[in-house]
Design a protein around this ligand. Sequence first.
Ligand SMILES: [Zn+2]
Length: 158
Amino acid sequence: MSNEHNMRRVTAIRNGTVIDHIPHGQAMRVLEMLNINKATSVPVSMVMNVPSKKMGTKDIIKVEDRELTQSELNRLALVAPEAQVAIIRAYSVAEKLTIELGDEVTNVVRCTFSNCITTNPREPLAHRLKVVSREPMALRCHYCGRPQDLEELIRNLL
Ligand SMILES: [Zn+2]
């Protein structure tokens, strides 16, 4: 058995989800956005700084025994909009999913302005951010209209 073959056996998963083409350095953020943490019971592996023809270097995440849903994946638009996702069943790709960034990001993160109406507990509003630009990504709060700082926004995960 060649080394390359051994390697593939180690990295392949039987069932689960593979998230590929994550911008290099964003893997931890992706895990955070998916609520994958030390309380998660399924095996999760993360590979960082993998050489990529398209991206220079990229990160890859493999989540075993769990198929991520489209709505979970759409959360990733904020940190890895170009990521490619494969659902694996019995060691082969059963489905390919892409991350969709719609016109609005709803109930993923909260507006970063503390005096926004959405921070008032007596106003149980949906957290809605409008996508005003994709490249580079820019979001504005649906309610207060203020532009959101992406770095700050990601810390406001719901
Ligand atoms: Zn707001």
